[in-house]
Design a protein around this ligand. Structure first.
Ligand code: PAF
Length: 280
């Protein structure tokens, strides 16, 4: 496993790999890796000949007042996890390497980025699609891996790849959860002990949605109001949104007839958490 910090040296390595006709799997991350990331690296290891993990806390996807400065980091531990999971190349650029002075180009997917998380995090997805485009151009992956936990991000990236004819297959892997159902996230480290217990209400509410759906309930309004009751019981939890939408345009569904995405965003104390399930 080798760590690259410069785009130029990594690009040289990538062109060698391409010459040898090895397939490249990219796992883009912001570090502070957990079992969710490990599952992506493992899948990439299975599917492709060369696994590249990028670790870059992308300033462009944080809004003013968000947690960019305090975002958790532990490069040593991240490198150990990557090594254990069999990654070949780790790309750890500095911000000025990715966004040198005078940088002025952005990639923006319209419409679907203005819904759900896009409402309370304006500009977030523009930062994500910009950095992911740069990472694709630098590492030239055959397959790139993302987690279903960030369901809107995965949908936006798929749309970007389609619209811009990017020659990369986007694979989305299932949410990995802790014992109490809490979806793995680097931001879980912000939660106090009691908050962590309360944070389990997101998945409790999502499980309830699935149960109601399985019992035949198709009215989204009714499902959402029962989910609200579950989360509102927790004193530290403040709901940002609970939505039932289609998986392409993220339009609200009133009466569920096909596949539906149930997505929640909740602030628990100062930590904003997201989670989702798909009803099918
Ligand atoms: O999901 C993340 O960690 C980030 O949004 C990503 C895809 C690495 C882009 O910075």
């Amino acid at each position: 496993m080798r760590v690259y910090r410069s785009i130029r040296s990594l690009a040289k390595k990538v062109s060698e790999i391409k010459k040898r006709k090895k397939t490249i799997g990219l796992v883009p991350t912001m570090g502070f890796l957990h079992e969710g990331h490990a599952s992506l690296i493992r899948k990439a290891r299975k599917d492709t000949g060369c696994v590249i993990v990028s670790i870059f806390i992308n300033p462009a996807q944080f809004g003013p007042g968000e947690d960019f400065k305090k975002y958790p980091r532990n490069l040593k531990k991240d490198l150990d996890l990557c090594e254990k999971e069999g990654a070949d190349i780790i790309f750890v650029p500095e911000a000025r390497e990715m966004y040198p002075d005078g940088y002025s180009t952005h990639v923006n997917v319209e419409g679907i980025t203005e819904k759900l998380c896009g409402i309370s995090r304006p500009g977030h997805f523009r930062g994500v699609t910009t950095v992911v485009t740069k990472l694709f151009n630098i590492t030239m992956p055959d397959i790139a891996y993302f987690g279903q936990k960030d369901c809107q991000q995965a949908i936006v990236i798929k749309k970007m790849a389609l619209d811009l004819n990017m020659d990369v297959d986007i694979k989305v892997m299932p949410v990995v959860r802790g014992k109490n159902g809490l979806a793995m996230s680097s931001r879980n480290v912000y939660l106090g002990e009691d908050e962590r217990v309360q944070a389990a209400s997101l998945y409790k509410a999502l499980r309830l949605a699935r149960r109601l759906f399985n019992q035949g309930e198709r009215n989204s309004g009714k499902i959402i109001s029962k989910m609200k009751q579950v989360i509102s019981k927790e004193p530290a939890a403040k709901i940002d949104y609970i939505a039932i939408v289609d998986t392409k345009e993220l339009k609200a569904i009133k009466k569920i007839s096909g596949v539906a995405l149930v997505a929640v965003a909740v602030r628990v104390g100062n930590t904003r958490l997201i989670d989702n399930v798909i009803l099918n």
